[in-house]
Design a protein around this ligand. Structure first.
Ligand SMILES: Cc1cc2nc3c(=O)[nH]c(=O)nc-3n(C[C@H](O)[C@H](O)[C@H](O)COP(=O)(O)OP(=O)(O)OC[C@H]3O[C@@H](n4cnc5c(N)ncnc54)[C@H](O)[C@@H]3O)c2cc1C
Ligand SMILES: NC(=O)c1ccc[n+]([C@@H]2O[C@H](COP(=O)([O-])OP(=O)(O)OC[C@H]3O[C@@H](n4cnc5c(N)ncnc54)[C@H](OP(=O)(O)O)[C@@H]3O)[C@@H](O)[C@H]2O)c1
Length: 434
């Protein structure tokens, strides 16, 4: 069934204004400057903002106010980018559920201001593309090459991606966008259904930039000499859920020399500029591949001769999932102020005494790693990975409403720490992966 939705667009420089015939938010309006902002809010406007940020890495600001949405895009707007944003808004207005769990922009051929039909779903087997067409899509869509793959195990890779053109500017802790066409084969053979035309589009996801930190001689890498970006990626297996994972089952079918899409803009506010000085103590707390941005930040801190204590903690299911363990052990031998705390949850010794990062903090284990009690006045804490570990509260005025399952933010709040809020920076910073 089609639902007519009118959206008028107006572009001035890098700002596109979309005016629809029905509201997306209340009168107060909602502003988003990053996917992190968008994930926090849990409103229809935040769903739209998250999709826009993840679907087009040039988008850097989304403001929704009643029936008006303003979107800023680095480099301005072309017909394709404007059509995609307009379409995303229309699909959301037509059905708030329509964007589903897939971070990619909804795809469709509608022009501006037209009627949006529910996307028609077509089984992948019905829309197989011929090899020549696939080659031409790859040639026009990809702008980078996979130049190295370290297979930690079948489901966990460290991947180097080298961009075709100029090496992008970025800061430690930020993330890039990787993409592969929906036409690419999946390693798990899961059946997918596509909206019309979707198979010719890119599936895109955000990935924090990681670092091996040390070179072959065990010296710190030179961050200014990078020619490729390092990513630490886990294969997401979603056999337990109805919708198969989108990007990683395609990425894990790739090899060295294969081409890939790398978003032009590297983004994110999860950075070291939150620190107030060289003597700050810094705790990096991660689950799984959430340690990626921490590794890159540790490289910067050690390269800059950071004087405060640095403790990096990572929890994984198994020991084999701690891909950078050797590197961290070498760093501990070389730097008195660096400590790595590896934790597992599913090894035989964890049976009956599984410990999460929350438990480590409550039991005094993190203080022990620092060799002193954590002081909120001089310590910054970075949290990355599983949102349940982070435990971001929703705010009721100035009252935090914490999730049912206790996360690290709640544990740290009891010790005098405050998490970042929009307009009110704290000493706990976070990057949620989903
Ligand atoms: C800012 C940011 C940075 C990110 N950096 C990384 C990174 O460095 N490495 C990385 O592997 N992923 C990272 N992610 C997650 C990544 O963007 C994708 O969501 C992930 O690769 C799954 O994509 P998919 O299409 O295969 O699965 P989807 O179909 O998108 O499935 C998503 C589901 O997979 C699970 N999931 C997603 N990511 C992870 C993960 N990393 N570990 C465990 N479970 C996960 C969650 O249950 C989530 O709901 C990051 C996400 C964000 C927002
Ligand atoms: N790791 C593997 O061996 C492996 C193998 C094949 C496929 N995969 C796939 O990879 C994906 C991600 O796996 P992953 O292990 O990297 O990431 P993950 O599921 O986020 O788990 C990382 C670590 O976080 C812990 N954790 C879970 N909930 C937590 C909470 N509320 N608070 C604090 N810590 C918490 C986990 O403990 P728990 O043990 O309690 O979950 C685990 O130790 C999944 O889709 C999985 O199917 C993983």
């Amino acid at each position: 069934m089609g639902r007519p939705i009118a959206v008028k667009t107006h572009v001035t420089g890098d700002l596109a204004t979309l005016v629809s015939d029905r509201p997306l938010t209340g009168e107060d309006g909602e502003a988003f400057a990053s996917p992190g902002d968008a994930l926090t809010a849990g409103t229809p406007a935040s769903v739209l903002a998250e999709r826009l940020f993840n679907g087009d890495s040039a988008i850097n600001h989304v403001f929704a106010h009643s029936n008006v949405v303003e979107v800023k895009r680095d480099g301005g707007w072309d017909a394709t980018s404007l059509t995609e944003v307009t379409h995303a808004l229309k699909v959301l207005l037509a059905s708030p559920d329509a964007l589903g769990a897939n971070n990619s922009l909804p795809i469709g051929g509608e022009g501006l201001g037209l009627t949006v039909a529910e996307p028609s779903r077509t089984a992948v087997t019905d829309v197989a593309l011929d090899p020549a067409h696939i080659e031409s899509l790859r040639a026009t869509s990809y702008n980078a090459t996979i130049t190295s793959i370290r297979r930690v195990h079948d489901s966990l890779w460290i991947i180097d991606v080298t961009p075709d053109g100029e090496f992008p500017n970025y800061q430690a802790g930020q993330y890039a966008t990787l993409g592969l066409g929906f036409w690419e084969p999946r390693i798990d053979g899961r059946h997918e259904e596509f909206a019309e035309g979707q198979i010719e589009k890119l599936a895109r996801r955000s990935y924090s930039i990681s670092s091996s930190i040390l070179d072959a001689e065990h010296e710190l890498l030179d961050p200014t000499a990078e020619v490729s970006l390092e990513f630490y990626v886990v294969l997401v297996e979603t056999d337990w859920q109805a919708t198969p994972a989108i990007l990683t089952p395609r990425l894990f079918g790739k090899g060295v020399g294969d081409r890939i899409y790398l978003g032009r803009k590297i983004a994110g506010r999860y950075r070291l500029d939150k620190l107030t000085g060289n003597h700050n103590d810094v705790a990096f707390l991660a689950t799984g591949t959430g340690e990626a941005p921490h590794n890159r930040m540790v490289l910067d801190l050690l390269s800059d001769g950071h004087r405060g204590q640095i403790v990096s903690v990572c929890t994984s299911r198994y020991l084999r999932d701690l891909a950078y363990l050797d590197t961290h052990n070498k760093l501990m031998e070389q730097y008195d102020n660096y400590r790595y705390v590896p934790m597992t949850t599913r090894e035989p010794e964890n049976e009956g005494n599984r410990m999460y990062i929350q438990d480590l903090i409550k039991s005094g284990g993190l203080d022990e790693a620092f060799g002193k009690q954590l002081d909120p006045q001089s310590t910054h804490v970075y949290l990355s990975g599983n949102p349940a570990m982070i435990g971001l509260p929703k705010w009721d005025g100035d009252t935090p409403r914490y999730p049912e399952v206790e996360g690290v933010i709640e544990v740290l709040a009891a010790r005098g720490f405050t998490a970042d809020r929009r307009g009110a920076p704290g000493n706990v910073h976070y990057e949620e992966y989903w």
